[in-house]
Design a protein around this ligand. Structure first.
Ligand code: F3S
Length: 394
C-alpha cells in the first residue's frame, strides 16, 4: 500500500499509540485485500456495543484506547434502552457493565446514538465512502442509497472512525459492484409487507451467499428494501443487491446478465416460510423502525390492548421526533424502546417463542435469544398480540 507522509507519521506513533495501532489494523486489512491506498470516509457505524455480544474482553479492549474519532460515528444497538432499562427487565448488573461500554465509546468521541439505521440520522449520499459494520445498515447504504462501504467488523469500523479513512478495496470500487447472480421473483406484486420481503430475503440469502444479486420482478419502496436487504445479509452475507429499475445503480448502469446463474423464487416459497406457531411475545423494528413504520404500527394498534408483551424498537432520534406515534403505540400496552433491539438485548431471552415481521430477526432469534420464532406480516403480528385468547401480559 502507498501511504502518505502524514499516514507514515501516524504509523510511526507520532500521534500516539492508539492511532498507530488503529492505522496498523487498516493497513493490514488493505494488504490482505489488495488495496493500494486509504481513502477518506464520511461517517462510521460501529458494531460491538452490546455487552451481551462483546463481554468483558471487548470492554477491556475499548477501555485501553486513547484517541478521538475523526468523522461522525454512531454505535450499533446496545443491550438495553439507556433510560428505560428497568422496564425491559434488565438486571442492574448488566446495566452497569453496559454503561461502562458506553462510557468507553463516549471517551472516544462516539455520538451516543445506538442504532442499526444510521441513514435516518444524517444524510448519507450516493457515492459517499463509509465504514459501517452492522450488516443491515451496510446492505441498505450500498443498495438503496448507492453509498459505498464494506461490511466492516467492529474493530475495523472503529479504526476507520479514528483515522477517518478506510482501505480502498471491495465495494469501494465500482468494478466490484456488478451483479453476480440473478433472482427472478414470480408473483412479486403479492409481496407487500416487510415480512414478505424478509422471507424472500431470508430464502435468497441462503442461496446466494455473499454474491451480489440483481433481483427482477419486484418494485418495493424503501422500507421494504430495508427488510429485504437485512434478511439477505443475515441468512447469507449479502452486502449489496440491485433491484431492476428501482435501486440507484441498477437504474444508472445497465448490467448484462447473460451467463449469470438465475434463481427463481415466488409467493409460494415465501408463504411456506411463514409457518404458524404459538408465541408469547411480539417484537417489531428489526432493523429499527422508520417514521412510516412507527405510524403504521400505531394505526394497527389504535383502540386495542395487547395481551402479550409487544416490543417495538427504533432509534432514540426517530422515536423522539415522533412522540405522538410512540404515545399511541404505548397506549395499547406495547413498549417502544430505543438504543437496543430484540436480538442484542438479554431482555428477550425470557420468552419461549417470539413473533416478528423481520427476516433478519427470524434468522437470528433462535441462536441469539434461545427462543422459537414465527414470521408474520405487521398486521398479523398485531392481530396475534391483541386477539382474545392470547396469553396475559407478563
Ligand atoms: Fe438492527 Fe438488531 Fe435487527 S441491530 S438489524 S434490530 S438484529
Amino acid at each position: 500500500m502507498i501511504l502518505s507522509p502524514d499516514e507514515e507519521a501516524v504509523l510511526a506513533g507520532e500521534e500516539g499509540e492508539t492511532r498507530a495501532r488503529m492505522l496498523e489494523i487498516l493497513v493490514a486489512l488493505g494488504k490482505v485485500y489488495g488495496a493500494e491506498r486509504l481513502i477518506p470516509i464520511v461517517s462510521a457505524q460501529v458494531s460491538g456495543a452490546s455487552y451481551k455480544t462483546i463481554g468483558r474482553w471487548g470492554l477491556d479492549w475499548l477501555q485501553r484506547l486513547d484517541a478521538r474519532v475523526s468523522v461522525p460515528t454512531v454505535l450499533n444497538p446496545v443491550g438495553m434502552d439507556r433510560s428505560r432499562w428497568q422496564e425491559m427487565g434488565i438486571t442492574p448488573e448488566f446495566a452497569q457493565v453496559q454503561e461502562k461500554v458506553l462510557d468507553a465509546y463516549r471517551r472516544l468521541g462516539v455520538t451516543m446514538e445506538c442504532t442499526c439505521t444510521p441513514y435516518y440520522l444524517y444524510s448519507t449520499r450516493y457515492g459517499d465512502h463509509l465504514a459501517w459494520s452492522e450488516s443491515s445498515a451496510v446492505v441498505y447504504a450500498n443498495s438503496v442509497i448507492g453509498a459505498r462501504t464494506n461490511r466492516e467488523g467492529g474493530p475495523s469500523a472503529l479504526a476507520a472512525a479514528i483515522i477517518g479513512k478506510t482501505p480502498e478495496y471491495g465495494l469501494h470500487l465500482v468494478a466490484a459492484r456488478r451483479p453476480q447472480v440473478v433472482i427472478r421473483v414470480e408473483d412479486g406484486d403479492r409481496l407487500s409487507d416487510a415480512a414478505h420481503l424478509g422471507a424472500l430475503g431470508y430464502l435468497a440469502g441462503r442461496l446466494v451467499g455473499s454474491r451480489i444479486p440483481l433481483i427482477e420482478g419486484i418494485r418495493p419502496k424503501k422500507d421494504l428494501l430495508k427488510a429485504l436487504g437485512a434478511a439477505m445479509a443475515a441468512s447469507g452475507a449479502v452486502a449489496l443487491f440491485h433491484v431492476k429499475d428501482i435501486t440507484p445503480e441498477a437504474r444508472i448502469f445497465s448490467y448484462p446478465t447473460g451467463g449469470l446463474e438465475v434463481i427463481s423464487l415466488g409467493f409460494d416459497e415465501v408463504s411456506a416460510a411463514m409457518e404458524e406457531i404459538p408465541v408469547d411475545a411480539v417484537a417489531l423494528g428489526c432493523p429499527h423502525c422508520s417514521p412510516d413504520e412507527l405510524s403504521r404500527i400505531a394505526e394497527l394498534l389504535a383502540g386495542k390492548k395487547v395481551r402479550i408483551p409487544v416490543f417495538v424498537f427504533a432509534s432514540r432520534d426517530v422515536a423522539s421526533r415522533h412522540p405522538e406515534e410512540v404515545a399511541a403505540i404505548e397506549e395499547s400496552g406495547a413498549h417502544v424502546f430505543a438504543d437496543t433491539c430484540m436480538v442484542v438485548s438479554p431482555a428477550m431471552e425470557r420468552f419461549s417463542a417470539i413473533m416478528v415481521n423481520s427476516g433478519k430477526a427470524y434468522a437470528y432469534i433462535p441462536n441469539m435469544c434461545g427462543a422459537a420464532v414465527r414470521l408474520g406480516t405487521t398486521e398479523e403480528c398485531i392481530g396475534v398480540a391483541t386477539e382474545a385468547g392470547a396469553e396475559s401480559p407478563r
